[in-house]
Design a binder for this molecule. Structure first.
Ligand code: HEM
Length: 279
């Protein structure tokens, strides 16, 4: 049994291997590539331009693709931004925590990042103490805008991005952006409008409905992510092949070889570079 058949047998929830297509050629140059990448300061205009208008994703698919920010982190030396999109434990897992982080935490604009006045992001403020240093949790304008309407971005907004208790949280006493939620008396010790100068950010974000759907259901997120990822990795190629179209053991090995990155297919690449990530 080859690894494709083995995978089918396992019937995994996240079935990338069945949808995987190989045969993309590596472009050694891509004119203007830097300008085609989204700029976080452009907020959901960038999400729309890049993922919907240029790549052909629906809004729901674009929102699903953004969920990859559940992984990894930003570093000032690379992008000028700093922090993870959630806590360290979750940012090591491919899960739907990104959407829960967006909705279940309070986010305040950070007008400069590590002293850099040209960089703006959102920093987690509540529930609980504000994580800092290597535990910093942040969101970019392109993330926050999915759930909240923030036309001026972190640079110009002074509102607090947070949701109310209807998301099923059990905290008796929350602290969000400076206010304290008294669970029993069901009110804020300092009213929401007083917590920040301008109060709460509007919850009418670009894809607020989809963010809520994905926060509630990991499998709904994965279903949509699967579609988005398939489009993202097959755009512009009409002659890609599915692995089961090349599944004799010999041609399967060739497919696996072709499917890895150029580096991984080099003679020095570690054996099993493909498809160990999915097995
Ligand atoms: C509007 C769209 C997006 C913007 C503005 C954006 C921006 C950024 C920025 C500024 C970083 C930090 C880089 C660093 O400092 O090292 C980052 C990290 C990352 N992004 Fe995005 N991103 C976007 C969409 C996406 C999408 C669609 C994916 C995947 C499908 C993705 C995957 C990642 C990953 C995995 C990291 C973490 C990298 C690491 O830990 O080294 N991003 N992104």
């Amino acid at each position: 049994m080859n690894c494709y058949q083995q995978h089918k047998k396992q019937k995994k929830n996240l079935d990338f291997i069945t949808h995987f297509q190989w045969g993309r050629t590596t472009a050694e140059k891509c004119e203007g590539a830097a300008y085609r990448l989204p700029n976080s300061a452009d907020g959901c205009e960038a999400v729309k331009n890049v993922f919907m208008d240029a790549m052909g994703l629906t809004k729901k698919q674009a929102t699903a693709l953004m969920g990859v920010h559940t992984l990894g982190q930003a570093k000032t030396k690379n992008s000028g931004h700093a922090g993870r999109w959630s806590d360290a434990k979750n940012t090591r897992k491919f899960n739907n925590n990104y959407y829960n982080s967006l909705l279940k935490k309070g986010w305040r604009p950070m007008k400069e990042v590590c002293g850099n006045k040209l960089k703006h992001q959102w920093a987690r403020q509540g529930p609980g103490p504000m994580p800092s240093g290597s535990k910093t949790e942040m969101m970019l304008d392109t993330d926050i805008c999915l759930a909240y309407n923030i036309p001026k971005g972190a640079r110009g907004e002074i509102c607090c991005a947070w949701q109310d208790q209807t998301l099923g949280n059990k905290w008796e006493r929350w602290e969000m952006c400076g206010g304290k939620w008294q669970g029993k008396s069901k009110k804020w010790r300092t009213g929401p409008a007083k917590r920040t100068k301008k109060g709460d950010c509007s919850r009418k974000g670009f894809a607020a409905k989809d963010v809520k759907t994905f926060a509630k259901s990991e499998s709904k997120w994965l279903q949509e992510f699967q579609k988005a990822w398939t489009i993202a990795t097959s755009n512009g190629f009409s002659d890609l092949k599915y692995l089961n179209e090349s599944c004799s053991s010999e041609s399967h090995a060739q497919a696996a070889e072709a499917a890895v990155t150029p580096e991984a297919s080099s003679p020095n690449a570690p054996k099993g570079a493909y498809p160990s990530g999915y097995s």
